[in-house]
Design a protein around this ligand. Structure first.
Ligand code: C2E
Ligand code: MG
Ligand code: MG
Ligand code: MG
Length: 298
């Protein structure tokens, strides 16, 4: 019976699945195009703040894409497409170079944090990409941070660790991103001397209401202190979130309470124009009705 039901289900969802695959293929083609033309791709920056002093310690580089038909597409959607299609090396290089170039001009000397995907590792490819970006932009290695998720550590773990180790050897910092959402977090902390642990925003947001989540944040902050590693609370949206993670002992914070990710000065007018176009499109789609929500920077 289960088998028959399964068959029925798969037949029922086939058109939907095909449509999804086609959309993915189209997205990949558009992304390839965007990378080739260097069009519609931006890097936004979001401050990471010291909880004691309020000083900006670093800014995280977050990639943004304006799709010619669909408008802003979330990196949660197109980064996986880039990873699966081999475009991630080029996309990663684009972000890395833009981020290093940008950070060189920051008067406050804050570091820049760049996310890297599992597929950017392998046979020293990430190490050479980083070295090239630093050499070309002149950014000192100790002003660059790479953020890796636990998922990136799975698979060729030894190779990834070796690459992270050589990055650290020439002064680049390494952060463990989205801590608590992946597998065997503690094993990873033992296996590699991370400079920073980023506690996933889901724990932070729940910590105000749920004692169990607050306990997780506190445990990670304590662990960080014992290991001599800074701990960043991600996704801090409200004063209540901030009060809570301060109480639990986190050393740095990042989130909408301080700032949304923002484009650099040079890109800001272009982004504003694209947002205006988006707002008009939305308005047109809704007929004569005014938009329910004001146009927002993604
Ligand atoms: P992440 O590295 O964990 O980045 C943090 C995400 O949280 C960002 O989403 C950021 O915009 C969002 N965020 C920051 N503050 C708040 C807040 O207060 N509340 C809420 N709800 N969210 C907040 P974004 O920019 O959509 O990026 C999503 C993910 O995509 C990133 O998660 C990262 O894994 C990936 N990503 C982004 N840029 C790149 C990139 O250049 N390369 C790679 N490989 N991955 C990237
Ligand atoms: Mg990150
Ligand atoms: Mg994160
Ligand atoms: Mg994340």
């Amino acid at each position: 019976a289960a088998k028959a039901a399964g068959k029925g289900v798969s037949r029922m969802f086939q058109p939907e699945m095909e449509a999804r695959i086609q959309e993915r293929v189209r997205l990949e083609a558009k992304l390839r195009d965007a990378l080739q033309k260097r069009e519609g791709l931006f890097v936004f920056y979001q401050p990471i703040v010291a909880i004691d002093t309020g000083a900006v310690i670093a800014r995280e580089a977050l990639v943004r894409w304006y799709h010619p038909q669909r408008g802003w597409v979330s990196p949660g959607e197109f980064v996986p497409v880039a990873e699966q299609s081999g475009l991630i090396d080029e996309l990663g290089d684009f972000v890395l170079n833009a981020a290093c170039r940008e950070a060189v001009g920051w008067a406050d000397g804050a570091r820049v944090a760049v996310n890297v995907s599992a597929s950017q590792f392998g046979e020293g490819t990430l190490v050479s990409a980083v070295q090239r970006a630093l050499a070309e932009t002149g950014l000192p290695p100790d002003r660059l941070e790479v953020e890796v998720t636990e998922t990136a550590l799975l698979g060729d773990e030894q190779d990834v660790m070796a690459e992270l180790r050589s990055l650290r050897a020439f002064g680049v910092r390494v952060a463990l991103d989205d801590f608590g959402t992946g597998y065997s977090s503690l094993a990873h902390l033992r296996a590699f001397p991370f400079d920073k642990i980023k506690i996933d925003g889901t724990f932070v947001r729940d910590a105000v209401e749920r004692p169990d989540c607050a306990a997780v944040v506190q445990a990670v902050a304590t662990l960080g202190r014992r290991l001599g590693v800074s701990t960043v609370a991600e996704g801090v949206e409200t004063q209540a979130h901030l009060d809570r993670v301060r109480e639990e002992g986190c050393s740095e914070v990042q989130g909408y309470l301080f700032s949304r990710p923002l484009p650099n000065e040079h890109d800001a007018p272009i982004v504003e124009e694209l947002n205006r176009v988006e707002a008009l499109k939305r308005q047109a789609a809704q007929g004569a009705q005014p938009p329910a929500v004001p146009a927002q920077t993604p």
